[in-house]
Design a protein around this ligand. Sequence first.
Ligand SMILES: [Cu+2]
Length: 140
Amino acid sequence: MKRILQKSALIVSALVLAAATALGVLGAAPASAQSSGKSKVTVGDNYFKPQDLTVTAGTKVTWTNKGKILHSVKPNTGSAFGAKALGSGKKYSFTFKTPGTYAYYCTFHGGPGSGQHGTIVVKPAASTTSTTSLLGQKSG
Ligand SMILES: [Cu+2]
């Protein structure tokens, strides 16, 4: 009986190893392709998480209200994106195509730069060799 158990334990661990290897191989593709174009912001009561999100141009950002009450997404300036009312469980998506800094807030629980607010920083969809030029743009 004991021997059978040990044998099946071996088989199980072999299967787990095989599955992990398969997952690793499959998981490598999306991980390396950073411009796959999707990112998420959790809308809570009363916060955005992450508060500051950096994406590459062309990324679709989805806000999901995981809180219990109503929230909104309003840009500090302009009206290029946003959701006037995002009820509990609702989602709102916007694809950021133009590089820039997009600050926003919840009209019910925040204001520009205060309370429930956040920022989406959109970097140019650059090649891997442009790291130095990106660093050079930082004026700090
Ligand atoms: Cu809110």
